[in-house]
Design a protein around this ligand. Structure first.
Ligand code: SIN
Ligand code: CO
Length: 379
């Protein structure tokens, strides 16, 4: 299937030829797109302490970064040009932002990070840099001049408070208008400068470093592996140097540590928990007036249900993961819950199986899912 969003490429072709390989400029990726919120709307979001926001300013060649939350009074005081407000996780606040992310579901949700939105007055930008992750830069209101480079030279300005390339050598450039989009693979140098007051929507992906993965897996193993036995030395030898660690002790310890084992199933379990773990600043609010389980089932049948905007949900075979929790489910529940994980919502479902109903109701009470208020979506 060819996608206008990918400039007429099919997702398969995009993945084969561009994803993690080379940039793609798409004119009119989302025709008619002018953004999901206004400058004031973004400034309002930056007030929240659970929305991570940064203000980047440049004056006389010096960069400055401030971290939010910001009072709306901050902004009128700023210089007219040359600053940028960046707000992460906008998809945690706007249903329309999550719907935008769903358009990119040709990349698995396990790779999805967030929607970051920036506002910059004329000449604003965050400087030439590279990101470690794939990003789709979708232009909302206004125009932005993008310059990009495949340069290998990645030296950063030493005393800047953010990552700025010391020696940026642009190779290609374009002015993006509302609805245009630029895909960049990880490590591709870029610099975007606002030509007008402009807003850019960054659909960002996540990829853990192997070190991070290993560290988290070792933490996981603390609770998920058991090694029997205890150090013992009935045949201990007299040591002329009691202050030394004996080779026999090291041998025994090494053999015990060599018993640490894990299976594919442990890796699957760990990855599901790790990938759905909410970011540290994310909290869920239970409904203030929850309905009973029977009413809940009735409403799911009438209007359907949605994942809370902050929820992360994934599945693997019989395992369903939501917000760092893991559940093993039967075939009927698996079908229902996989549908929810794929689409972030469930259409009206009559006669929910008992297992799905019990889980969904528990998640509703936790604030992980919500009853839809509108008619069920059509997929
Ligand atoms: C921006 O939206 O100003 C910055 C996005 C980026 O360069 O990654
Ligand atoms: Co960037």
């Amino acid at each position: 299937m060819k996608l206008e969003l990918l400039g007429g490429l099919s997702p398969k072709k995009f993945l084969r030829d561009y994803w993690q390989k080379k940039p793609l400029l798409v004119r009119g990726a989302l025709p008619g797109f002018h953004g999901l919120l206004s400058r004031e709307g973004l400034i309002e979001l930056a007030r929240h302490d659970d929305a991570q926001s940064r203000l980047i300013m440049q004056s006389q060649g010096k960069w400055q970064v401030r971290h939010g939350p910001f009072s709306p009074r901050t902004f009128p005081r700023l210089q007219k040009k040359n600053w940028t407000l960046l707000v992460q996780d906008v998809n945690h606040f706007l249903p329309s932002a999550r719907n935008l992310l769903l358009k990119f579901n040709f990349i698995p949700h396990s790779r999805l990070d967030d929607l970051m939105v920036s506002y910059a007055p004329e000449e604003g930008g965050v400087g030439p840099h590279f990101d470690s992750y794939d990003v789709f830069l979708l232009q909302g209101m206004g125009r932005r001049h993008w310059q990009i480079s495949a340069q290998r030279q990645k030296t950063l300005i030493a005393d800047a408070p953010l990552k700025i390339l010391q020696d940026f050598k642009p190779e290609q450039d374009w002015v993006l208008e509302p609805g245009d989009m630029l895909y960049l693979p990880p490590g591709y140098a870029h610099n975007g400068v606002a030509k007008d007051p402009c807003m850019t929507y960054s659909i960002g992906f996540r990829a853990p470093s192997y070190q991070e993965l290993a560290t988290q897996f070792l933490i996981y193993l603390q609770d998920h592996s058991a090694i029997n036995g205890m150090y013992c030395d009935p045949d201990i030898r007299l040591q002329p140097h009691p202050g030394r660690i004996s080779a026999a002790m090291l041998r025994q310890a090494g053999a015990a540590l060599g018993k640490i084992r894990w299976s594919r199933s442990d890796v699957e379990h760990f990855m599901g928990i790790y990938l759905t773990e909410p970011k540290p600043h994310v909290f869920f609010t239970p409904p203030s007036h929850p309905v009973g389980e029977q009413d809940f089932a009735y409403q799911v049948a009438q209007t359907g249900l949605e994942l809370n905007l902050k929820s992360r949900m994934l599945g693997k075979k019989k395992r369903i993961f939501i917000n760092g929790e893991s559940y093993t489910v039967g075939a009927a529940a698996r079908r229902v819950l996989e549908n929810l994980a794929d689409h972030f919502a469930l259409p009206m479902v009559e006669n929910l199986d008992k297992e799905s109903l019990a889980l969904l109701y528990q998640w509703y009470l936790n604030g992980y899912v919500e009853l839809s208020t509108t008619e069920s979506m059509v997929f």
